[in-house]
Ligand binder design. Structure first.
Ligand code: NAI
Length: 271
């Protein structure tokens, strides 16, 4: 059911790769809620083609941009305000990739060039997007910027590798830029810390299936789905959350506040 929460709002949605992507679900819901927006992804993701289907469904234009390239991001913001006919009300950063994780490198044997790429793609890109928006003065007053993160930024999940460090940087950037953008244009900046979710990025993490089940059995509400995550993102883009900023908001069915659950105890007792 749609509530018209984003009627008249304009935005940019990054990171929709296929129909499992969290950003894909956000785009469909943003459209349902009355927003107009552009879609963006790395040029290589364009070649896979699926984003074109989404663009048609959402009546949105696609602007390719490698999130590590300031030039691409400048072009993304200039073109988006042009196409959409004015400044933006929301931006979604839904971008993450670690070559070390993808290639199965242990945390004690990192390739440092790849480590830099992990940080650049998954964290600095968030700063680059916000700095570009800030310099171009591309956001409307009381706009909202959201990035997606994972709890490995606070607690250790050994299989999450250098993405844990990238997510810590991402969350720190949200706080630091949130202050600056709040003072400048009353724009709010938050991260959503989502449950394990079966997407391309999620299932690239070693042992994902087992960990997914563990989290599901630990959280009293179970794991939050990509669809539910999209609902939460929409509330943060809406005017109902205008005073929420610089926060890392857990969207995980209660996992982050649970020590151990009876369901997990029962599994251990079986052994
Ligand atoms: P996904 O694989 O569908 O999305 C990741 C996106 O990042 C893809 O669209 C990919 O093309 C894009 N990307 C990678 N390198 C890029 C670059 N250089 N420039 C521009 N875009 C680039 O997976 P998902 O799960 O939807 O990921 C979205 C966000 O959610 C990521 O930040 C991820 O870390 C985060 N997240 C995912 C969780 C999960 O279990 N799936 C849990 C918590 C957070």
């Amino acid at each position: 059911m749609a509530y018209g929460l984003l009627n008249g709002k304009r935005g940019i949605i990054s990171g929709a790769l296929d129909e499992n992507s969290i950003a894909w679900k956000v785009a469909l819901k943003a459209k349902e809620e009355g927003a107009i927006f552009t879609l963006t992804n790395a040029p290589i993701a364009m070649r896979m083609g699926a984003i074109k289907e989404l663009a048609e469904q959402c009546n949105a234009e696609i602007i390719p941009a490698d999130a590590t390239s300031v030039e691409d991001i400048e072009n993304l913001f200039t073109k988006s305000t042009d196409i959409l006919g004015g400044k933006l009300d929301f931006v979604l950063h839904s971008i993450g990739m670690s070559p070390n994780v993808r290639k199965g490198k242990a945390y004690t044997d990192l390739n440092y060039d790849w480590f830099k790429q992990s940080i650049d793609i998954s964290a600095l890109s968030f700063h680059k997007m916000m700095q570009t928006a800030y310099k171009q003065d591309a956001m409307n007053e009381w706009g909202s910027i959201v990035a997606l993160t994972y709890m490995a930024a606070q607690r250790t999940f050994p299989f999450y590798g250098d993405m844990a460090d990238a997510k810590s940087v991402l969350e720190s950037i949200a706080r630091s830029f949130g202050y600056q953008y709040g003072k400048y244009r009353n724009v709010r900046v938050n991260t959503i810390s989502q449950s394990p979710t079966p997407t391309k990025a999620g299932s690239g993490i070693g042992g994902f299936d087992k960990f997914f089940d563990f989290a599901d059995k630990t959280a009293p509400l179970g794991n939050a789905t990509a669809d539910q995550c999209a609902d939460y993102v929409i509330t943060l883009f809406s005017d109902l959350t205008r005073m929420v900023t610089m926060q890392n908001l857990f969207h995980d069915g209660g996992f982050s506040m649970t020590g151990i659950s009876e369901d997990v105890m029962a599994l251990i007792n079986k052994e």
